[in-house]
Each structure stands twice: as structure tokens, then as C-alpha cells.
Design a protein around this ligand. Structure first.
Ligand code: ADP
Ligand code: ZN
Length: 737
């Protein structure tokens, strides 16, 4: 193919058209070469339209050398260059970097950076009206028309809708006035899309240790160079106020700041605090934005008009012209890991994005991941720590309730000590919270007659009863079915019984125990979006709620001043299963939940219901000695080179055909890389052995820290030809294993 023959040379025009690589936002392996027709000025970074098959596709002119061996006649011309801010070299490097690191097609990564394609069209200028320079003599001026003229009396132009509303007239009135020559159409000057936050508004007076930490962060931001800092401190120690100062410094430097939050939809309180500190709202980026807001925000970011952006992980791929700071709040959260499509960890990629942007990166957590803690210990990251809670508030007292000794009554889930504690708290007029990380009524449904358990038809998972919605639901694939009248296995009528509790069942128990109390369930299905979350938070703050029952969404950074008791219904829940990180994650989650209690004057109390109160996780929480726990956890992982002391990558082999999945997994196992410091575990059934009808097998590649996994993975995958009905997904640095 690639060799030039004599006839090729003869057919080539005297001066062939220049060529350019163009990356398309499609899951393709690489950029394609195109020709640049005469008269078209294209440079790397330009958004361009190109032909692909019979279609026209938008892409980005990319870097790198086109392949000179490609014959001229196989190349097609770039069609046009879009009038949009070009993609910066930094973002192009970032796309390439993420693709290389995660072994994803660069086009799939580019797609995340082009998530608002309509933003590439230049914004339509907005039309408006102003008062005619000279009012025509004979025009009739009715009272409605007079009102319009009064609104326009200052000489400024207004958009039609806004003008009609301000004057209290129907839009048709404006049309009539234009015909009569009383007002004239004009193009409005574009208003800035976001009011710039003001870094110099006074914030709260910082405590000395906060001040010291803030100064250190401000200094790294002012250096305008890459550096990563891990900011730790117990929940309520004032970390947010500290990194607000870093944002202020970034604004003073004239650079943009990005804050990643794990659950942007639940961040109403955070946004209130931001507005209070900076006098303006930040720009937001998450999956629930309307396409119009998405387009406007993308454009504003590209044009440097969104000085602060707060977003979910995908905000890393926005086109900041000059990013000076990235904050990752709650950096330990697994929500930062994207598991579908391009599998990446936003915390780690934030560090990369900061490095490519010569920006400061600040990772924030009360319970940092072992990865970040280790990076701080070895000096790769700077470390800042706030030792105490703000305002002298004490950390809550944490006690374990031994369910073997004080079990709940039969068929109930709240033990006598927890019931008594809630009763006392409510009697004092304070708020209590019951935490159970399980949506629905019961995690399993069983037939009393034959013992059959109701399973999802598509997954290795039990169906979860949602009693309020009167149905069974799979929490993995979304499968929904009615609660059966008869057992599908033995046919016995009305024989199914719920096994175990979900929040709905705790609600039922709480309603019976405290009939007077005002209850609120906070779960992703009862708090579906930002508005509901804000309303719930407000109701709690205004003391319209006595008892909160919630899943992990209550663990997020809420500040509920009147909440003094937290009861964890099943503290052992996260410890089941063979996941190496189960302990670390359980400590992080339960510490966050516990941190909701006693954040102001009145002390907080936390009760952990557990069958294993002697477990190191429970002991760490009770003694509030997380450092010792993390050190022990690290000691457990170091010898086997488990992360963060070694590198890990997972291959998930999946197919609707179980035998095909097994065969491909076995072939991969036979071709596994080896050698000093390299180990392959598996194949074994993946944690969800069947998911959405696909059979899943897993192989784990574990290497020493000084060995990169990507080249090994590439060579490995190249050795094995998997059939079309088998998919192999690569997960570098898996979080669950
Ligand atoms: P963290 O982020 O460490 O959990 P926050 O920054 O949310 O802690 O602070 C906890 C509470 O204390 C918040 O209500 C916050 O407004 C308040 N706070 C923190 N620092 C100060 C300060 N220096 N002055 C006044 N209030 C503060
Ligand atoms: Zn399912």
C-alpha cells in the first residue's frame, strides 16, 4: 500500500496540497489525515468539518506528522474551519495523555472535550429595541406605548422579552410601535455570561492554623507553576474556607479556577457559601445542564468568561484558556472514577491537567485516599493539615453497638441502645439521622415456601423491593418488575417476604417508634436533583425535620447545625465481599457520616450498629484514630505491592455468550505478561459475574511501582485476537478489586 510507485509520482500534482491530521470525536484509534485546500487557513487546534464516509463530521486539527506514504488520491479535503475558539495545545496534550494512560482511543477522549458540539456555532447576536432617535410627529401614544417609552427613556437598548415584561405589555405592542417608528431594532451588545466572583470581598476571619494553610496555598497559586497539595483536617475543620482563599488568589492572578465536587447535584449549601464569599455564583458543569446552558457555559469557559467553574469530573475536559488552580474536594470519593466508556479517575487526571496547565492542584479530604496520603508522605505532594474543628466544636463521640449482645427485636433493625438514643435526642428538640447505604425497602426477597430468591434476569444481583413504588428493581441494570403475587419458582401464593432492611424499611420502623417525629428520607430516588437537595437542606436547617433517614448522599459535606445524633444501621455493610479497599472505603464513608453530628455548640454522638465491633474499622472510628488505621492499612498492602505501593490494571472480558467470555479470558490468561515484578491474577469471575446480560471475567495485572502497566497491556492485548462478540475493557488503577 504505502510504497510510492512510478505512476503514483506521475499522478501527484506538481505541488501537492498540505496535509493535516484531524482527530474526530469517535471511538477511533487515531487521527486521520486530510488535505488542506487552497485558501483555507488551518492550524492545530482549529475545529474543522471533514468528510467521513458519506457524512460530514466535526473534528479538531491535531498535532503530529501526517503519513507521507498515504497516496494523494486516498485523501479528502477539509471542508471548512469553524468560527470557534481553537482547542488549546494544553487541552490537546491532555486528551492525548488521558488516551495513552487509560488505553482509550483518543477520539473517545476528544468526545468528552467536545461534549457541547452546538457551542461551536458562533452565538447568534441578540436583537433588541431602543427608543427612536426622534419620535415621529403623528404617532399615537397610548398608555401602553408610553410605558414602553418610559422603560427605554434612559436611551439603553433592551431585549424584546425583557422590555415587554418590564413595561407590562404584550410583545405585539412592540411590533406596532416599531411600525409606527417609535422604537427601532438594534443588535444588543453581548452581556458577560457570568458575573465575575470578587476575590477581595472580606471572607470570615480565619483561625491561625487556617490562615497559615491559606497562605501556603496562596503562595503555590501565586507561583504559577505546577504543584499538588493535600489539604486534610477533620470534618468541619474549615478546609473549604481555606481553599476559597486559594481561589481568591487565582482570581487575582487573572487565571481560571476549577473545583471538582463528587456530587454537584447535592451541593446547594456549598454554592451558598461560595456566593456569600465571592458575591457571585460560579459557572456549573454537570450532566443535568440543559443543552443551552451547556453551550453557553462551554463558550464562556473557552472565552475566559467563567473565572470559576464548579463541576463533576467531566469539567476537566473544558477548554480553559488559562487554568491556574484545580481543587478536588472530597478527593477520596469513588464518584470521581468514571467506569463507563473512557475509564479514568478524575482525581488523578486533575493532577495531570494541572501539570500540563502549570497550575496548582489542591486535593481536599478529611479521610484522604491511601494513594494521596502516600504521595504526601513521600513528598510528591505538599501536605497541609487543620487539626481541630472550627469554633471549638468537638468531634462527635463514636460508640459501637454490639448487635450480638443488644440485638433489635425480631423483624426490626434498630437496637434498643440506638432507639433510646434517638428518643432522647428528639426529646431534647435536637435532630437525629439514621444512615443506611441501601435504597428501597429490602435488598432481597425470598419465598417462604421454597426458599427461592428473586434475582435480576440480567445480572448476578438480587432484586431490591421498592415498596413505595410497588415494584422490584435491579440496582445495577435498572430492570424493574412488579412484586409477584405468586412465587415464580413454586407457585405458592403471597409467599414472598422481604429480607433485610433498606431505607424505606427503616422509615417504616421509625414511623412506628416515633409517630410524632417529622421524618425525611434522603436517597437518590427521593432527592432526584439540585432543587430537591436544596429544599431538603433548607427544611433541615429550618428545623422542619426531626429525623433524617438517608443513604450515602447524607454523607456529603452537609452542615446541619442542629443535628447531634447519627445512627449507622449497618456499619458492617461495606465490609462484605473480597474488595481490597473495603476497609478503607468503609472508614472513609462512616467517618464522613459521623462528621455530620455535632458541628456547632452541642456535642455530637454516633452509634455504629455492628456484629463485629472488634473489627479494626470499628475500632478506628471509635477511637477516632484514622491515621493509625491508615498506617496499618498501608502496612498490609506494602509487602504484596498492592496499590499505592504497586500498580494495578484490570481487564474485564465480557460477552453475552458465556463460553466465548471464558475462552477469551483463558486465552488472555495464557498470553499473560510475566517477569520480575509483574504478576497476573485470574481469570476469575468479575465482581458482578453477569451484568446487563453479559458474562464478565476479570484478569488483574499487578506490577511494581516503577514498572508502567500501559506498554505491558498494549503488548498483551496485541497478542490475543478476541472474537467480535467479546469485549475487553481496560481499567487502569481500578477502584474496586
Ligand atoms: P470542612 O470543609 O473542613 O468540613 P468547613 O469549611 O465546611 O469545614 O467549615 C465548617 C463550618 O465552620 C462551616 O459552617 C464554616 O462556615 C465554618 N467556618 C469555618 N471556618 C470559619 C471561620 N474562620 N470563621 C467562621 N466560620 C468558619
Ligand atoms: Zn440487573
Amino acid at each position: 500500500e504505502g510504497k510510492r510507485t512510478r505512476s503514483d509520482v506521475a499522478a501527484t500534482p506538481v505541488s501537492p496540497l498540505p496535509r493535516l491530521r484531524v482527530l474526530l470525536p469517535l471511538p477511533l484509534a487515531d487521527a486521520y489525515d486530510y488535505r488542506v485546500p487552497p485558501g483555507l487557513a488551518v492550524r492545530p487546534g482549529n475545529f474543522v468539518a471533514v468528510p467521513l464516509g458519506g457524512r460530514e463530521v466535526l473534528g479538531v486539527a491535531w498535532d503530529g506528522e501526517p503519513d507521507p506514504a498515504l497516496p494523494e488520491k486516498r485523501l479528502r479535503n477539509i471542508l471548512s474551519v469553524l468560527d470557534a475558539p481553537p482547542m488549546t495545545a494544553t487541552l490537546r496534550r491532555f486528551v492525548d495523555w488521558v488516551a495513552d494512560y487509560t488505553l482509550s482511543p483518543p477520539g473517545a477522549v476528544l468526545r468528552m472535550a467536545m461534549s457541547a458540539p452546538s457551542a461551536l456555532e458562533p452565538p447568534a447576536p441578540q436583537a433588541g429595541w431602543r427608543r427612536a432617535a426622534a419620535l415621529p410627529g403623528g404617532a399615537r401614544i397610548t398608555p401602553t406605548r408610553r410605558r414602553v417609552l418610559e422603560v427605554l427613556a434612559d436611551g439603553a437598548a433592551r431585549a424584546g422579552g425583557e422590555l415587554a415584561e418590564a413595561a407590562g405589555v404584550a410583545p405585539a405592542v412592540l411590533r406596532g410601535m416599531a411600525d409606527a417608528g417609535l422604537i427601532e431594532p438594534v443588535l444588543l451588545p453581548r452581556r458577560p455570561r457570568f458575573v465575575p466572583p470578587d476575590p477581595d470581598r472580606p471572607g470570615p476571619e480565619l483561625r491561625p492554623e487556617q490562615h497559615q494553610a491559606a497562605e501556603a496555598l496562596k503562595a503555590t497559586v501565586a507561583r504559577r507553576a505546577f504543584a499538588t497539595t493535600l489539604l486534610t483536617g477533620v470534618t468541619g475543620s474549615g478546609k473549604t474556607e481555606v481553599y476559597f482563599e486559594a481561589i481568591a488568589e487565582c482570581l487575582r492572578q487573572g487565571r481560571q479556577a476549577l473545583v471538582l465536587l463528587p456530587e454537584i447535584a447535592l451541593s446547594a449549601q456549598w454554592l451558598d457559601r461560595f456566593r456569600a464569599r465571592f458575591g457571585a455564583a460560579p459557572a456549573l458543569w454537570h450532566s443535568e445542564l440543559t443543552s443551552r446552558t451547556r453551550r453557553e457555559t462551554w463558550r464562556a469557559v473557552a472565552e475566559g468568561e467563567a473565572p470559576v467553574l464548579v463541576g463533576a469530573r467531566s469539567a476537566l475536559f473544558l477548554p480553559y484558556p488559562d487554568l491556574g488552580l484545580i481543587v478536588v474536594d472530597e478527593e477520596h470519593e469513588t464518584a470521581f472514577k468514571q467506569e463507563e466508556g473512557v475509564v479514568y479517575h478524575a482525581r488523578d487526571m486533575a493532577v495531570v491537567r494541572a501539570r500540563l496547565s502549570a497550575a496548582a492542584c489542591v486535593l481536599v479530604s478529611a479521610t484522604p485516599s491511601l494513594e494521596s496520603a502516600n504521595n504526601a508522605q513521600t513528598g510528591r505532594y505538599a501536605a497541609l493539615h487543620l487539626p481541630a474543628r472550627h469554633g471549638g466544636a468537638e468531634m462527635p463521640v463514636v460508640e459501637a453497638v454490639d448487635l450480638r449482645r443488644t440485638p433489635p427485636e425480631r423483624g426490626r433493625f434498630l437496637s434498643p441502645p440506638l432507639v433510646a438514643a434517638v428518643t432522647e435526642t428528639l426529646a431534647r428538640g435536637e435532630q437525629a439521622m439514621l444512615f443506611l447505604n441501601r435504597r428501597g425497602y429490602a435488598p432481597m426477597t425470598l419465598c417462604r415456601a421454597c426458599g427461592h430468591r428473586l434475582r435480576c434476569p440480567n445480572c448476578t444481583a438480587w432484586l431490591v423491593e421498592h415498596r413505595a413504588a410497588r415494584r422490584l428493581q435491579c440496582h445495577h441494570c435498572g430492570h424493574v418488575e412488579p412484586i409477584p403475587e405468586a412465587c415464580p419458582n413454586c407457585g405458592a401464593a403471597h409467599s414472598t417476604v422481604p429480607i433485610g432492611p433498606g431505607v424505606e424499611r427503616v422509615l417504616e420502623e421509625a414511623t412506628a417508634l416515633w409517630p410524632e417525629a417529622r421524618l425525611l428520607v434522603m436517597a437518590s430516588d427521593t432527592i432526584p436533583g439540585p432543587a430537591a437537595a436544596a429544599a431538603a437542606a433548607q427544611a433541615i436547617q429550618d428545623r422542619q425535620v426531626d429525623l433524617i433517614i438517608g443513604t450515602q448522599i447524607v454523607a456529603k459535606g452537609w452542615h446541619f447545625p442542629h443535628l447531634t445524633l447519627v445512627g449507622v444501621v449497618d456499619a458492617d455493610l461495606g465490609l462484605a465481599g473480597g474488595d481490597l479497599r473495603a476497609s478503607e472505603r468503609t472508614v472513609q464513608l462512616l467517618h464522613q457520616v459521623a462528621g455530620r453530628a455535632g458541628r456547632e455548640e452541642r456535642p455530637g454522638r454516633v452509634l455504629l450498629q455492628s456484629f463485629v465491633p472488634e473489627h479494626p474499622v470499628m475500632q478506628a472510628l471509635v477511637s477516632n484514630d484514622l491515621d493509625a488505621f491508615m498506617a496499618a492499612e498501608a502496612d498490609g498492602r506494602r509487602p504484596g505491592h498492592w496499590p499505592p505501593f504497586g500498580r494495578l490494571a484490570a481487564l474485564i472480558v465480557s460477552s453475552e455468550d458465556e463460553r466465548a467470555a471464558d475462552r477469551a479470558a483463558r486465552d488472555l490468561g495464557l498470553a499473560a505478561p510475566g517477569g520480575e515484578g509483574v504478576e497476573v491474577l485470574g481469570p476469575a469471575p468479575a465482581p458482578l459475574a453477569i451484568l446487563r446480560g453479559r458474562h464478565r471475567r476479570r484478569l488483574l495485572l499487578k506490577t511494581r511501582r516503577d514498572i508502567a502497566v500501559q506498554p505491558l497491556l498494549e503488548a498483551w492485548l496485541a497478542k490475543v485476537q478476541v472474537p467480535n462478540n467479546v469485549r475487553v475493557q481496560v481499567d487502569v488503577d481500578p477502584v474496586g478489586f
